[in-house]
Design a protein around this ligand. Structure first.
Ligand code: UFG
Length: 328
């Protein structure tokens, strides 16, 4: 039997990778997307598609009555941290409110399995003694984006308990790169992410870029992040799905490699690809950036049997650049 998997946000960066990989693994994805940031071209032809908002209960009821959904992968949401500070209502509506609508519709329709996209932003600005971060470290978000996801996690815990559902919550660290088969990549308009911006500079779409903050308490003064290749992140989703289909219990897992790179190290790795030198300006700190975020990913490895295949900064930046060049 082919399992049908509802992929909310399936036309976006991470969701579209999930759609392709689900097909690769014999699942039938069903996409729900409002195309606020997603692209039609990112979805393979023939994929069942519902165009609209995941907070629309009528649309959700239609999807669940027309399709025989085994599980939901919920990617749809808003993800720009600084925007969440200036427009928190958008984040609590699109992330927290819509997740509640989805959970409610799932409970009503008897769809019982959920893989949820959460974020390292739930940890806030962790004290150095909490690096690398384990899942039961304090969750103290420092921006509405992180809080909107943490509130969703809490709702998921309560709703799955009350309605005989199960969920795997994946807390993403810094997702980057593109599908190793070159089918999809990051096409989000007005991207704010470091590797995306740097590859846009290299391909002439931007004149230059800034390094935000050089006075952090890190070896070279710039922020350290745990960059994870998108294909490894999606592999964790497929394992999470398998876990739930086999009747596995609720899990909350970090998705990162367990080591980090500074902003300067990332730029050095991109320059070393030999495609040109990035024009950088040293700038002030960006609001809300923690100095260091590094995952302890042992739980993901141990509980799901996750083994990363692309844990290499050069591979990550090369795949991001290849995608950027393919679009020109
Ligand atoms: N940076 C620059 N210049 C840029 C862009 C980014 O110096 O032009 C720096 C940032 O200041 C930060 C680092 O590069 O120090 C990484 O920034 P990103 O914007 O790429 O990613 P963030 O760490 O801010 O956030 C990302 C996701 C969040 C998620 C978080 C978890 O956007 O959704 O990772 O680690 F919560």
């Amino acid at each position: 039997m082919t399992h049908q998997i509802l992929v909310t946000g399936g036309a976006g960066y991470i969701g579209s990778h999930a759609v392709h990989h689900l097909i690769d693994h014999g699942y039938q994805p069903v996409v729900l997307d409002d195309f606020s940031t997603g692209r039609h071209e990112a979805i393979p032809e023939g994929t069942p598609l519902y165009e609209g908002n995941v907070g629309d209960p009528h649309l959700l009821a239609t999807v669940f009555s027309e399709q025989n959904i085994t599980a939901v992968m919920h990617f749809a949401g808003s993800i720009v941290v600084p925007e969440s500070v200036t427009n928190p209502g958008k984040y609590y509506a699109n992330n927290t409110g819509n997740t509640l609508m989805l959970l409610t519709a799932m409970a009503k329709a008897g769809v019982s399995r959920l893989v949820f996209s959460s974020t390292a932003a739930v940890y806030g600005n962790p004290d150095a003694k909490f690096i690398p971060i384990v899942e039961d470290n304090p969750t103290e978000p420092i921006n509405p984006y992180g809080m909107s996801k943490l509130m969703s996690e809490r709702m998921i815990a309560d709703m799955t308990t009350a309605h005989d559902m199960s969920a795997v919550v994946l807390r993403y660290f810094n997702v980057a790169g593109a599908d190793m088969k070159g089918r999809v990549g990051q096409s989000t308009p007005d991207a704010t992410h470091l590797i995306k911006i740097a590859t846009q500079v290299l391909t002439g779409q931007r004149d230059g870029m800034s390094i935000f903050g050089t006075d952090y308490d890190t070896p070279d003064g710039t922020c350290i992040r745990d960059y994870i290749h998108i294909d490894d992140l999606i592999a964790a989703h497929l394992l999470a799905l398998d876990h739930l289909i086999k009747g596995g219990e609720n899990l909350t897992l970090n998705c990162g490699y367990g080591h980090g790179f500074s902003v300067k190290e990332v730029i050095t790795a991109i320059n070393a690809l030999g495609e040109g030198e990035i024009n950088v300006t040293l700038a002030d700190r960006r609001d809300g950036d923690p100095a260091r975020l590094i995952a302890d990913s042992s739980a993901c490895r141990n509980r799901l049997g996750w083994t990363p295949r692309h844990d290499d900064l050069t591979t990550i930046v090369r795949s991001a650049l290849a995608w950027e060049k393919s679009r020109q």
